[in-house]
Design a protein around this ligand. Structure first.
Ligand code: NAP
Length: 309
C-alpha cells in the first residue's frame, strides 16, 4: 500500500515521504480500515508517541495521522461491534502506525459507524477536534447552560467545535483569535470576540470556564479570569497558572464511540459544522504540506486523506 512515513525527528514535515509499505494485519480486537480520508496535525511530529512505542522503543519509519474515515476490510480475532464493509470513523492509537496510508489497523472500540449521508472527508475531520471539544467542555469543564466561557483560538479546528458545542449547550461564549478571525468566530456562535493582538484579554471579565488551545502568556493570564468554582481547561500542556479558587486541568483526547455518535449526529442535523481547510490526494500530500505554511487537507476520488497541517 501507499503510505506517508517519517524517520527523522529533526526534519519536521520536510521529512515526510511517500513510500510503499505492507498492508497492516489486524491484531486481537482490531479492524483493518481502507482509509478514504484522514487527518494530520503537524504538531504530532513533536510527540514522543510518533517516534517510539509504549515501551519507548524506536518505531520509525512511522506513519503519522490519527483520525480517519473509511470502510472496514478485515476483522481481527475476537472483534465485535463492527463488520466488513461498514463505514466508520474515529481516532487511532498515538503509538501505532497512523492514517496517512491506504489501510490502517485500529482497535474497533476506537471507531464509530459513519452514517451513509456523511461524507468521508467530513467524517475524518471530526474525531480529534470534536472529541477534544466534547471532553474538555462536558467531562473536564462540566459546562452548564447559562455559564460564561472564554474560548481561545475559536476560529481554529478545536476552538470552532468548542464554540458551537458550548453555544448549543446554552453557554455565553466569548471567542478569541486574531483580527481576521472575528466574523468566523461570531458565525460559529460566539456572542463576543476578543482580538488577542489588539484587545485587552482582561476585558472578557470573569468566566466559569476557559478553554485554552494556545497556552503561554495567554493561558497564564486567563487563569485570573476564572470565577470561584470555575475551571481552566488546557489542551496544550499543564497550565502555568491556576485559578485562585478553581480547577486547572489539562488532558489528551481519547477515543469514545458514544461521543463520536453524538458529534456526528449534530453534523447530520446541522447543529455542528466542521472546519476543513485544503483537501488533497495522498500522492500530493507531501508536496502540498511542504509548500503550505499551516493547514492542508487532502482528497482523491476513491480515497481521501486530509491532514490538517
Ligand atoms: N490535548 C489534546 O488532546 C489536543 C487535541 C487537539 C489539539 N491539541 C493541540 O491544541 C492546539 C490547537 O489545535 P487546533 O487543531 O485547534 O489548531 P488550529 O486549527 O491551528 O487553531 C488554533 C487557533 O488559535 C489561533 N491562535 C494561536 N495562537 C494565537 C495567538 N497568539 N493569538 C491569536 N490567535 C492565536 C490560531 O490562529 P493562527 O492560525 O492565525 O495562528 C488558530 O485560529 C495545537 O497545539 C494542538 O496540538 C491538543
Amino acid at each position: 500500500m501507499k503510505a506517508i512515513v517519517v524517520t527523522d525527528r529533526a526534519a519536521g514535515t520536510v521529512g515526510m515521504t511517500l513510500v510503499e509499505r505492507p498492508e497492516p494485519q489486524p491484531a486481537i480486537n482490531d479492524v483493518v480500515v481502507e482509509v478514504h480520508a484522514s487527518g494530520f496535525v503537524p504538531t504530532e511530529l513533536t510527540w514522543p508517541s510518533t517516534w517510539a512505542d509504549r515501551l519507548g522503543r524506536d518505531r520509525t519509519p512511522s506513519i503519522p495521522g490519527h483520525e480517519l474515515a473509511g470502510v472496514v476490510t478485515a476483522l481481527g480475532y475476537g472483534t465485535r461491534g463492527l463488520s466488513v464493509g461498514q463505514r466508520v470513523f474515529g481516532l487511532t492509537d498515538w503509538s501505532r502506525d497512523g492514517t496517512l496510508a491506504e489501510y490502517v489497523a485500529v482497535e474497533s472500540r476506537n471507531l464509530a459507524p459513519l452514517p451513509g449521508d456523511v461524507d468521508f472527508t467530513v467524517g475524518a475531520s471530526l474525531p480529534i477536534s470534536g472529541l477534544t471539544a466534547w471532553q474538555g467542555l462536558f467531562e473536564y469543564g462540566r459546562l452548564q447552560s447559562g455559564q460564561r466561557i472564554l474560548v481561545h483560538g475559536a476560529a481554529g479546528a478545536v476552538g470552532s467545535m468548542v464554540t458551537q458545542l458550548a453555544r448549543e449547550a446554552g453557554a455565553y461564549v466569548i471567542g478569541t483569535g486574531r483580527a481576521a478571525d472575528r466574523q468566523a468566530v461570531l458565525d460559529f456562535g460566539a456572542k463576543e470576540f476578543l482580538d488577542l493582538e489588539r484587545d485587552t484579554l482582561e476585558d472578557a471579565g470573569l468566566v466559569d470556564l476557559v478553554f485554552d488551545v494556545i497556552g503561554g502568556d495567554i493561558g497564564k493570564r486567563s487563569a485570573g479570569l476564572v470565577r470561584a468554582g470555575g475551571t481552566l481547561v488546557s489542551i496544550v500542556g499543564p497550565p502555568e497558572a491556576r485559578p485562585a479558587d478553581g480547577l486547572a486541568i489539562d488532558f489528551v483526547v481519547e477515543a469514545d464511540r458514544a461521543e463520536l455518535r453524538e458529534i456526528v449526529q449534530r453534523v447530520r442535523d446541522g447543529r455542528l459544522r466542521t472546519n476543513i481547510g485544503t483537501v488533497a490526494p495522498l500522492e500530493d500530500a507531501v508536496a502540498t504540506r511542504q509548500c503550505r505554511g499551516r493547514r492542508m487537507q487532502r482528497k482523491r476520488v476513491r480515497r481521501t486523506a486530509h491532514p490538517r497541517v
